[in-house]
Write a protein of this length. Structure first.
Length: 486
């Protein structure tokens, strides 16, 4: 069947009304015509030839502007459409107008009610035929909503769009980074964790929306920023490690920003850094070592045991303050700095089984009349936080229980924490972790079964078996599986 050629808004609106909500006609006639109208020109295609294949890496075609015009009599074509019936056609009109024709507050104010009605009533089956336009609309109307109303109203629209559009909560789409960023802008951190970030993700779904490498990086980067705001530091570390270790042949700015924040959050959470995953791309680690000298110097000084570590650390912060500010990491650096003395006391537990408060004050080079009381307060605080397990007792067993804490009081570190893991809390935690592991196991099993049914997977498997039978040379290049094919 030949593709209908659309030349303007009049014949486009006529075709939309003609197809109505007949899904077969929409797929066969309306969708190809709209794609043809909104496709990139030859010049656009030439300029983007070396870009990734996802349409989200290309600028919206100028031919889309034809969908922004009024119909005869200066009538808004959207007024003739029903969001529940003409969902696909309305999606194309809204995304075009939000992209090309809503720069002024007046036009944006006119368009937002139509977007709101569409989001609440669209037919998911129709809209999922054009996931690229959904992503385009989401990007544009959130910016538009921020400028003429407030970020919260844009967030509500985006939540409604994503909830009705998504088919599987465990699949990453192009809407995920947009929604995560909107949560971040509105400071709705707890809601973001509950409604988005804590939902398990097992794959990236490119069948429902185009998905670029940048989308994946942005989602986990924004997730980490939200987790930091919630003080869920180990969740932030997981998100940043996922971002940093994402496959790449070239380093992006997001990789570097995530890497810099990763080492600081590790210091904040654990008092020390850990190696990035072994599968982190080599260009990322090499570039970090080259471009992140202030962070390398800061972490090296932070993890030192010697007495000069503290003054050296403050000197590094003073000298590299401009670099930390430029990266917007000075706040994290200062938080790490505020905990440095307590982290040094924590490290003493790795070496000593017992120390007096006076000895600790000497090791930390603390002077003044209140040095012992400062150390005492720090020890109590790190025990409360669970960084170490220790008891604070008078030096002499004959000392009265009510005697004032002094320099001779002893901190007895317990390397094993005094926990036999038989308490109700420990058992409950173990059961929760086992339940979570079972859920992940079931999800991955389901994913494996779907993969094994894939025609491409079966074809590749047959090719490999034939190549093995043919000999080593034929087999050498056969095992090149690409998950995106399935």
């Amino acid at each position: 069947m030949a593709i209908t050629i659309l030349t303007g808004i009049e014949d486009t609106l006529a075709l939309i009304l003609e197809c109505g909500n007949d899904l077969a006609r929409i797929e066969a006639k309306l969708l190809p015509a709209l794609r043809k109208l909104c496709s990139t020109t030859s010049a656009d295609a030439e300029s983007s030839r070396n870009a990734p294949s996802s349409s989200r890496n290309q600028q919206p075609a100028a031919s889309e502007r034809a969908l922004c015009a009024p119909i005869q009599g200066d009538v808004d074509p959207l007024s003739a459409l029903d969001p529940a019936v003409h969902s696909l056609g309305m999606l194309y009109l809204l995304s075009a107008r939000a992209t090309h024709d809503a720069a002024s507050p007046e036009k944006a104010t006119i368009l937002l009610p139509h977007i709101s009605a569409f989001v609440q009533r669209f037919d998911p089956q129709q809209v999922r035929l054009a996931g690229d336009k959904v992503a385009q609309l989401a990007e544009t109307f959130t910016k538009m909503g921020d400028s003429i109303t407030n970020p919260e109203s844009a967030l509500q629209l985006l939540q409604a769009l994503a909830t009705r559009f998504w088919t599987r909560s465990e699949s990453l789409t192009a809407l995920h980074p947009i929604l995560a960023y909107q949560y971040l802008k509105t400071s709705r951190y707890a809601e973001a964790a509950t409604m988005l970030l804590d939902l398990p993700l097992i794959d990236a779904d490119t069948s429902i929306t185009p998905l670029t490498h940048s989308d994946v990086l942005q989602y986990f980067y924004y997730a980490a920023l939200i987790y930091i705001k919630l003080e869920r530091l180990h969740d932030a570390i997981d998100a940043l490690e996922t971002c940093v270790s994402s496959p790449a042949v070239a380093v992006s700015a997001i990789h570097m920003d995530a890497y810099k924040k990763l080492v600081l959050v590790q210091l904040l959470a654990d008092g020390k850094t850990s190696p990035v995953p072994k599968y982190t791309p080599q260009p990322v680690t090499r570039t970090y070592r080259t471009l992140a000298q202030p962070y390398l110097a800061f972490t090296a000084a932070y993890e030192r045991y010697d007495a000069k570590a503290a003054p050296d650390l403050h000197q590094i912060v003073d000298e590299k303050k401009e670099a930390f500010e430029k990266d917007r990491n000075l706040g994290l650096v200062r938080r790490c700095l505020a905990l440095h003395r307590q982290r040094r006391i924590q490290r003493l537990a790795d070496v000593y089984s017992a120390l007096s408060l006076g000895d600790i004050a000497v090791m930390l080079e603390l002077g003044g009349a209140d040095a012992v009381q400062t150390v005492h307060a720090d020890v109590v605080d790190i025990v409360r936080k669970g960084w170490v397990h220790a008891d604070l007792v008078p030096a002499s067993s004959a000392a009265s229980a009510g005697s004032q804490v002094g320099a001779d009081w002893v901190v007895r570190f317990d390397a094993f924490g005094g926990n036999a893991y038989t308490s109700a809390a420990s058992i409950s935690l173990l059961e929760s972790k086992l339940q979570t592991a079972k859920q992940w196991h079931d999800l991955l099993q389901q994913r494996d079964r779907q993969l094994e049914k894939s025609h491409t997977y079966l074809t590749r498997g047959l090719q490999i078996r034939e190549a093995r039978a043919a000999g080593g040379d034929a087999y050498s290049g056969a095992d090149e599986f690409d998950d995106t094919d399935y």
